[in-house]
Design a protein around this ligand. Structure first.
Ligand code: NAI
Length: 304
């Protein structure tokens, strides 16, 4: 069935270029009214101007769509609140937030300044928190919302020189896990997208031939599905070059090491078994993971 967004309002952050621009164009092409946010800064987050967002708005309008521009930095809570209000004042609602804005400040952990660590957390994590938090009460009130958080393979699996970025990106997965639970009763669905695409963010990081295969447009279908009316919730999709995979935070069955003083030595002996991936699962929530452990313990401690 065709995926359409007629009558729905979306905010896409960092939509002046790269993936965000493609996301905004695709949402608008399928009927969404789109607030195109972009600070317009450099890859490292320095500088800023509205020009990039304005150009995307012009593109959407030229194609017959509806869009407005916004130059807020997602790190600025006051400005983000005003941005959500701008969408609500213009179109009366806010249905979709695609948290896409991001920067890089790559260095090995040994050489990284804490200021660069904090800035990357601020843009990726707090930026998404701000935009989601400002839209949330509107979504609760209308019993409908779709939140997309842009994570990364670096967050999920690590990449040399990206400790700040990886920490921020994995924090977004943690944010999704709880927001998906809290949003469920208001039909607010929260998902993560880990894209791989040739943009200025990946310039110099991959060989030219590989970058050529990684059109940003190839990530868009996964975004559209994750914010659609029939979207899943609490799903992490990786997408790039026309392929889509799901990433899961799994739990092994584990091993019983007991409660006595020899437990550390027993764990050292049984570590392989604790990490054995046969029959691993995805707990429904954090409490379910704790319950799995307590259940195991009660089985073992039950008097014969
Ligand atoms: P990009 O650098 O082309 O786009 C990022 C956009 O965010 C820029 O237009 C920039 O002006 C904007 N931005 C930066 N700081 C902002 C702020 N404080 N407030 C508002 N806008 C701000 O990069 P790309 O590749 O399009 O990245 C988009 C998202 O996808 C980012 O979150 C990135 O971390 C993520 N990502 C990209 C991957 C890739 O392969 N390109 C891989 C994994 C994740």
């Amino acid at each position: 069935m065709a995926i359409d967004f007629k009558g729905l309002v979306a905010i896409v952050t960092g939509a002046g270029g790269g993936l965000g621009r493609q996301h905004a164009l695709a949402l608008a092409a399928r009927g969404a009214k789109v607030l195109v946010n972009d600070l317009g800064g450099a890859r490292d987050g320095s500088g800023g101007s509205l020009t990039a967002a304005d150009a995307v708005v012009a593109e959407i309008r030229a194609a017959g769509g509806e869009a407005i521009a916004n130059g807020a930095s997602v790190t600025d809570w006051e400005a983000v609140q005003a941005m959500v209000q701008q969408a609500v004042d213009t179109w009366g609602r806010i249905d979709i937030v695609v948290n896409n804005a991001g920067i890089l400040r790559d260095k090995t952990f040994a050489k990284m300044d804490l200021a660069d660590f904090r800035l990357v957390l601020d843009v990726h994590l707090m930026g998404a928190v701000h935009c989601t938090k400002a839209a949330w009460p509107h979504m609760v009130a209308q019993n409908y919302g779709r939140i997309l958080l842009t994570t990364s393979s670096t967050g999920l699996y690590g990449n040399f020189g990206q400790s700040n970025y990886g920490a921020a990106k994995m924090a977004l997965v943690g944010l999704m896990q709880t927001l998906a639970l809290e949003g469920a009763k208001h039909d607010i669905r929260v998902n993560c997208l880990a894209p791989t695409a040739a943009t200025r963010m990946t310039e110099g990081l991959m060989p030219e031939a590989v970058l050529a295969a990684l059109q940003p447009q190839a990530v868009v279908p996964a975004m559209l599905v994750l914010v659609s009316r029939d979207a899943p919730t609490r799903t992490v999709l990786c997408a790039g070059a026309g392929n889509v995979e799901a990433a899961h935070i799994t739990l092994t069955q584990g091993t019983w090491i007991g409660l006595d003083g020899d437990a550390p030595e027993r764990l050292a002996e049984q570590l392989e078994q604790a990490c054995d991936r046969t029959a691993e699962m995805v707990p429904a929530n954090g409490s379910a993971q704790g319950a799995h452990e307590v259940g195991r313990a009660l089985e073992r401690l039950r008097p014969a």
